[in-house]
Structure formats: C-alpha cells, structure tokens
Design a binder for this molecule. Structure first.
Ligand code: F6P
Length: 342
C-alpha cells in the first residue's frame, strides 16, 4: 500500500516531525511513502519523491518542511480536482495525508468529497483551525515571538523608547496575545477587537505621564483599526486562496503615536523569523503523535477526517467540521488579559 504526504500553506515548525512519524509508522505497517512536493502543486503535477525512514530520521529538530510547501489552490483551476484524482491513480496512492491550515484542509475536504482517501493534520502558526487544541507550529511561533518581544523590551528600556512589535496572525490574534502576555507587553492589539488610534495614543500618553519611560505594544498584523477599510496591507495582490499580503500596521501605528505625542516611536516586524525556527519539544511531540495517528487511520480505512488534540488526547473530527471557519481568540480571554493594559 502506498501513502502520500504533503504540506501546504505557510511552513510551520513541527512539519518535519510529523513527516518523520508518518514514514516511521508506515514502515512499521509495510506501507510505502511518497512525499508530494510543494503542497497541492505536487498533486497537480504528480511531483513526488519516495521517503524512507533513513531519509527522515534526523529531521525532527528542523523548521521548514523537507517536502516543501506552496500556496497553490487546485480549486482555482477548472480541472484541479480531476488532475489530482488522475495523479492520485498514477502515483498509485491508496491514501493521502494532507498537513495544513484551513486552505490546505479545505482542498483535502474537497478531494475527500470527490471520493479520494484523505486524512488531514492541523498545522498553522496562527492557531486558527477550529476543533483542535494544537496546530503544528503555534507553540514554537509563540515562544520565538516571546523572546523577540523580550529583546525589544530590553532595548526599549535602555533607550527609553516606545516600540511597536508587529506579530504574524492574519485573522486571529493568538500569537500576538500569547507571546505578548508571556513577554509582559504593555498593550496587545488583535484582529478580534478593532481599536482606535486615539485610544492607543491616549494609552501611551497616560503611561508616559505616569512616569513610565519605555513601552512595548504588540500588534497582530491583521489587527483592525476602527472605521478603517480593513487591515493594513503591503500589497494589493492576493494569493490563490484570496489572502492579501498583510503588513504595515506596526509602522503605521508608530508614526501615528510619534505624530500625536512627539515621542520617538520605533517599530519592529519579526515576521517570518517566528515561523522558521527549530520546533519546541511540544511541537515535536504533538506533531509526532498526529503523524502516527494519521497512519493508524489509514490502516483502519477511516478517511475524510482530521486528527486533533482534545483534552490531551489524540482523536478525530470530520474534515467538514474543521474547515471553512476560523478559530478566533475568545474575547473572554482577551478581556482577562486587559488588567495588564491599564
Ligand atoms: O502561516 C500563516 C501566516 O504566517 C500568516 O500569519 C501570515 O499572514 C502569512 O502566513 C504569511 O504568509 P507568506 O509567507 O506566504 O507571506
């Protein structure tokens, strides 16, 4: 029996751990593994490489993904599903394990609906896939972001400056909230609760007037300004899943504060540096457990499912339950954190 594995969307630390576990468990069951290269692009083109445990046994600690990734969306092509079905056959696949976020998993659902044997594994540093307590990469991204915010705090303190740190998070502020809380940020702004520039300016003014000399404000890249027409973007171009290239809110906010208060305000954008690091132990372990569980599902002949972590246990949900919506930050949690923003 031959099993395909692909990684789609933004890379995330822990992908290699999942691939390694899939290959290990497949070898145990006597299954062959094909690594489909560059996500759905590889399925459209039939681009795959055989994977043996020997090839992957030492990759658990590396960020990125051995089999590459892309944001290719087959659903944007009139014959996308047909080409995937044909290549599924040509490659001799019995099943495909697709590791990705909502975009990748939505394609997995579509090809599962078309009758192919598919299992999904949730991955995204943004943590916005519903029905799971763990998405591959989130823990690492939070820890990386936390360290970078702490570094900024030190230099902000030394120079008595205001800093804005812009953190990845397209529709959900999970990374900004967790890393900002963990690093002791003065204020955290997330997409779930649009903010007004004047409120932020007044907050900085109040802090400075009360004697605080330096401030670090964390803002998620997708944070929304009240009465502004959507998030701040770098480019008007959209990718194949319709996502704009976000970025710029940190710089925008820094300029507004400087303009309003005449206080030197810097901005920093860690961006992809929080996505490319070596996975934390948690990301390595859960990714490994996801990979092992996905192969067990293949063995049991159970498809159209996503493996998931619930109350510490690996279980499954139908792909249809886990796709087509975004898991945003619970405002109760955000409100709880606000005691630190007073
Ligand atoms: O992986 C999710 C994500 O990190 C978002 O937070 C961010 O907006 C996006 O990917 C950036 O993607 P790309 O690397 O394709 O620009």
């Amino acid at each position: 029996m031959r099993i395909g594995v692909l990684t789609g969307g933004g890379d995330a630390p822990g992908l290699n751990a999942a691939i390694r576990a899939i290959v290990k468990k497949c070898e145990k069951y006597g299954f062959e593994v094909l690594g489909i290269r560059r996500g759905w692009a590889g399925m459209l083109e039939g681009d795959a490489i055989p994977l043996k445990y020997e090839d992957v046994k030492d990759i658990i600690g590396f960020g990125g993904t051995l089999i590459k990734t892309s944001r290719t969306n087959p659903l944007k092509q009139p014959d996308g599903i047909k080409r995937i079905s044909e290549n599924f056959k040509k490659l001799g696949l019995h099943a495909l394990i697709a590791i990705g976020g909502d975009d990748t998993l939505s394609v997995a659902k579509a090809i599962s609906d078309a009758g192919l044997n598919v299992i999904g594994i949730p991955k995204t540093i943004d943590y916005d896939v519903p029905e799971t307590e763990h998405t591959i990469g989130f823990d690492t991204a939070v820890n990386e972001a936390m360290h970078q915010i702490e570094n900024i705090k030190a230099t902000a303190d030394a120079h008595e400056r205001v800093f804005i740190v812009e953190i990845m998070g397209r529709h959900a502020g999970w990374i900004a909230l967790y890393s900002g809380l963990a690093a002791g940020a003065d204020l955290i702004l997330i997409p779930e609760e649009p903010f007004s520039i004047s409120d932020v300016v007044n907050f900085v003014k109040k802090k400075i007037e009360s004697g605080q000399k330096s401030l670090v404000i964390v803002v998620a890249e997708g944070a929304l300004i009240k009465d502004y027409k959507g998030p701040i973007t770098k480019d008007v171009k959209v990718d194949q899943f319709g996502h704009v290239y976000l970025g710029g809110i940190g710089e925008f906010l820094a300029k507004e504060i400087e303009k309003a208060l005449g206080i030197e305000t810097r901005h920093v954008v860690p961006a992809h540096t929080i996505r490319g690091g070596a996975p934390t132990a948690l990301d390595r372990v859960i990714s490994t457990r996801y990979g092992l569980a996905a192969v067990d599902l293949v063995k049991e002949g159970r498809f159209g499912l996503m493996v998931t972590l619930k109350a510490g246990k690996i279980t499954t949900v139908p792909l249809s339950d886990a796709t087509g919506r975004t898991k945003q930050v619970d405002l109760e949690l955000y409100n709880e954190a606000k005691v630190f923003f007073e």
